[in-house]
Ligand binder design. Structure first.
Ligand code: AMP
Length: 181
């Protein structure tokens, strides 16, 4: 049953060559989001994986914009957790902590509100895709700097050849993903 759902979901991921620049194969999740059954399937599979692998004993989901927000907030709502936004530089209105990191394409700085996490809170990091792992590690570092305990990271898509998983595992973060390429 689950393998059929995975197959269905996989068919909804559109691969766009040379976006946003030459040589990058972009995994576009918009066909998943715009199909009610596919969107629900993705969120249900993500929630089940968290519950089975990490349990229910955590407080918040932290995600990075913009596709991470869509999946992360739906998972947080479904599992009755708080949701924390990690945003690109200059977007958050209140006092922030910031962290700079390298991407598969380019570099970026991300920020979190200083009151987004309380000391000791357990947090799951969620994004649509893990490539080199830089974005997820940056998110985890910001959460940790605020005293949060990152209990795991979950992705709809994992690009295994880029070995982002290793970067998170080096930080002692358990990595979960639904679709692996
Ligand atoms: P990374 O920091 O290298 O793990 O890159 C992950 C972040 O960049 C995620 O927020 C993804 O949405 C985005 N990203 C990186 N590579 C791709 C790709 N090939 N297709 C779609 N999104 C990507």
């Amino acid at each position: 049953m689950e393998s059929e759902l995975l197959k269905f979901l996989e068919q909804k991921i559109r691969r766009v060559p040379d976006f946003p620049k030459k040589g990058i194969l972009f995994y576009d999740i918009t066909p998943v989001l715009q199909d009610a059954k596919a969107f629900k399937t993705a969120i249900d599979l993500m929630c089940n994986l968290i519950t089975n692998e990490l349990g229910d004993n955590f407080d918040k989901v932290a995600s990075i914009e913009s596709r991470g927000f869509i999946l992360g907030s739906a998972v947080a709502y479904t599992l009755n957790k708080g949701f924390v936004m990690v945003r690109k530089e200059g977007k958050l209105p209140y006092e922030t902590l910031s962290y700079s990191y390298g991407l598969e394409y380019g570099t970026a700085t991300c920020e979190i509100h200083i009151d987004a996490i309380s000391k000791g809170e357990k947090v799951v990091v969620i994004d649509d895709l893990i490539a080199t792992g830089g974005t997820a590690v940056a998110t985890a570092k910001l959460v940790r700097e605020l005293g949060g305990n990152v209990i795991g990271a979950l992705f709809l898509i994992e690009l295994t050849s880029l070995e982002g998983r290793k970067e998170l595992e080096k930080e002692n973060i358990k990595v979960l993903s639904i679709l692996k390429y």
